[in-house]
Design a protein around this ligand. Structure first.
Ligand code: BTN
Length: 243
């Protein structure tokens, strides 16, 4: 299966992830379909946040995977391969980036892309998956947020469609690795590009700040830390980085 077999380009939509979910529900979309939009009126971010992107300036898309039948335990590999694909795409354009746990892509201390993966689960299996990606391409103002874009980095305008084509090349590369039993390779590549891996950093958990070293990420995507000579595992909602 090839990601990007069909492309639906919408001028405006509430959220490409919602649109993809609707198509899945209606049974009118096949695996590998890509839905992109110039504008989202209710773009969704992680943890119930809003993904705010200026009209026409960014890459906003969802990739549909149908009947995946992967174990729910393995779901995080999808986040990993998506983050790696974005990182590679940026590298192709000469932008060096890293992955900030769990699946943000950062240039230095500024976010350039976010990923929101939504899936339907039946028993222990993941059925349909929507990989939502927001990549800042030509946006220059981020209303006080610590964010950047390709234009911001390279002082050059990009055609969003050309960026999409490049992204699909890298998504297909990492997707085929997964299909070829390359889960471990994906995991290793993710760790190689993980911001702060094996380094001591300050983290915020609840209202407590702790010093910790990132030892890795387990298969559920939980962050493994050493702090005060003890090992900890944190879920996605339990901990944030302090720079
Ligand atoms: C994050 O919070 O970092 C995740 C952002 C994901 C945004 C993308 S934009 C395309 C897709 N549709 C959405 O509503 N969200 C994702």
């Amino acid at each position: 299966m090839h990601l990007g077999t069909s492309l639906t380009h919408l001028t405006s939509v509430d959220s490409t992830n919602n649109y993809a979910a609707k198509l899945i529900k209606e049974g009118v979309v096949s695996s590998g379909a890509v839905i992109m939009a110039d504008v989202q009126t209710a773009g969704k971010g992680q943890r119930g946040s809003i993904w705010d992107a200026k009209p026409g300036e960014n890459l906003l898309l969802s990739v549909v995977l149908r009947h995946v039948n992967m174990s729910v335990n393995e779901q995080f590999v999808l986040n990993q391969l998506t983050a790696l694909a974005i990182k590679d795409l940026l590298g192709k354009f000469g932008i060096s980036s890293s992955v900030k746990w769990p699946n943000d892509v950062f240039v230095g201390e500024e976010k350039i892309a976010g990923i929101l993966i939504e899936s339907s689960i039946s028993g222990n299996l993941i059925k349909d998956v929507i990989i939502g990606i927001g990549l800042n391409v030509n946006q220059t103002e981020f209303s006080g947020m610590r964010a950047t874009s390709m234009l911001h980095q390279l002082k050059e305008n990009f055609t969003v469609r050309a960026v999409l084509d490049e992204l699909l090349i890298h998504l297909n590369y990492w997707w085929s690795k997964l299909v070829d039993n390359g889960k471990d390779e994906i995991h290793q590549a993710y760790l190689n590009h993980l911001l702060g891996f094996n380094q001591w950093r300050t983290f915020l958990t609840g209202n407590r700040s702790i010093e910790g070293r990132i030892d890795g990420v387990d298969e559920w995507g939980r962050l493994m830390l050493t702090s005060n000579d003890q090992k900890y595992v944190f879920d996605l909602k339990e901990i944030t980085y302090c720079w």
